[in-house]
Design a protein around this ligand. Structure first.
Ligand SMILES: NC(=O)C1=CN([C@@H]2O[C@H](COP(=O)(O)OP(=O)(O)OC[C@H]3O[C@@H](n4cnc5c(N)ncnc54)[C@H](O)[C@@H]3O)[C@@H](O)[C@H]2O)C=CC1
Ligand SMILES: O=C(O)C(=O)CO
Length: 389
């Protein structure tokens, strides 16, 4: 990107903050302007900016940057930002596997992310992918549009019933737990989950809902905490992946683990593509036509591994799980408030799972950074919870 194009807000602002992409809504821009920032938004048509592109945006003087999950934030960019006088960065995403946090620590750069605001939006898309795959919606849609429908048939696009079946979650954090609740409440599925940590909230919720169903004379739903990912894969009829992407989850779903799954199982991934060995997945889908997947993310995004796009038992969408208006505007606002808060010397918010106070346009945001992933290492102060008088 030679001469980069930018849109400037509050040109006279004392802090210079760059956003590598235009973002939804105006609340995020207003938050930065209110903090005294000159905001420069890159308007290049290039979808994914390179390190060189971003270096040219940072220039010789830059206090903070809002970046995207498609960008490689490591030693080169963090050293350049430090050299330009900056100390605040935020991903417009809750996942930050594209960020070398060690490099940020080395240069004293705060790394923000945007948890909480995208939990239900992402879980809902995972549920949509579950149903689309289980009931072969996309195949049937293609069939109709191709004019092939010439009347009802007993065996036309027969799929999987979800009610009473077992839904497996690998990574029962914010989004994984929200997805589990949706599948329990919506389809009365039984839950089996695997996570490094126990999800007492999820267990208690399913127990209580099961007791309610029992009181209504219905079959109660159940939960089970698995001791391994393999246990989930063997027992579940539907498996949805919601872990972070790190070295422990890279290719977590590989050829061996795919072979453990039921032949007619549904696998959903709305976490990160590299959690699945996609080459192994394509082979598995080819030899198991009753096995179905719903994918929002891909190992070599934006590309799919060869063959995946031609498979009728794969539903594929372009990383849209967090794409609701409220969520995307909220992600932009949280990212902006991370940067604005750091530049103003605000403490870090005490609970990054409770971000709603930052999103209310009708009241001033708390004087805190919503979520800084390396706050402890940088020795940043944490704001005490406001006592409810
Ligand atoms: N497709 C999309 O548009 C979106 C994707 N995501 C992805 O979803 C991920 C999860 O987001 P949240 O639920 O908010 O994060 P979270 O941190 O609340 O949950 C992640 C869970 O993964 C678990 N985990 C970590 N390593 C594991 C392992 N080896 N095996 C099993 N579980 C493991 C953690 O203990 C944690 O409970 C993000 O890191 C991001 O990569 C998030 C939002 C949107
Ligand atoms: O927040 C994330 O991690 C995303 O993938 C954005 O959709």
């Amino acid at each position: 990107m030679a001469a980069y194009s930018v849109q400037v807000f509050n040109a006279g602002g004392k802090f210079r903050v760059v956003s590598t992409k235009p973002m939804p809504g105006n609340q995020w821009i207003q938050a930065l302007v209110n903090a005294g920032c000159r905001v420069e938004v890159c308007t290049s048509q290039k979808t994914i900016l390179s390190v060189e592109d971003i270096l040219s945006l940072i220039g010789s003087r830059c206090d903070g940057v809002i970046g995207q999950l498609t960008e490689e934030w490591g030693e080169t960019l963090f050293s350049a930002l430090k050299k330009a006088g900056g100390h605040a960065f935020s991903n417009m995403a809750v996942g930050y596997n594209n960020v070398d946090v060690e490099a940020a620590n080395k240069h004293g750069i705060a790394v923000g992310n945007t948890p909480g605001v995208l939990t239900e939006t992402t879980a809902e898309l995972a549920a949509a992918l579950t149903l689309s795959a289980a009931r072969r919606v996309v195949e049937a849609d293609d069939f109709m549009r191709a004019g092939k429908y010439d009347g009802w048939l007993p065996n036309l696009f027969v799929g999987n019933l979800l009610k009473g079946q077992t839904v497996g979650i690998i990574g029962a954090g914010r989004i994984g737990s929200a997805y589990a609740r949706m599948m329990v409440e919506g389809f009365k599925m039984n839950v089996i989950y695997y996570d490094l940590y126990q999800s007492k909230f999820l267990e208690n919720f399913v127990t209580a809902y099961g007791n309610f169903l029992k009181s209504q004379g219905e079959t109660p739903v159940t939960w089970k905490r698995a001791s391994s990912a393999e246990e989930v894969l063997r027992e579940a009829d539907v498996v949805s992946l919601h872990p972070v992407l790190d070295k422990t989850t890279y290719h977590l779903i590989n050829k061996e683990r795919l072979s453990m799954m039921k032949k007619e199982a549904v696998l959903v991934n709305a976490s990160r593509g590299p959690v699945i060995d996609e080459v192994a997945l394509v082979e598995h889908l080819k030899v198991n036509p009753m096995f179905r997947v719903g994918l929002d993310v891909f190992e070599d995004e934006p590309y799919m591994k060869p063959g995946l796009g031609e498979l009728p038992n794969a539903v594929v969408v372009p990383h849209i799980a967090s794409a609701s208006k409220w969520t995307r505007e909220g992600m932009a606002t949280l990212a902006a408030l991370n940067v604005a808060g750091k530049l103003q010397g605000f403490p870090v918010w005490h609970n990054s799972n409770m971000v709603l106070p930052f999103l209310d346009e009708n009241s001033p945001a708390p004087k805190a950074c919503p979520s800084i992933v390396n706050a402890k290492v940088l020795g940043l102060q944490v704001a005490a919870p406001v006592s409810k008088m």
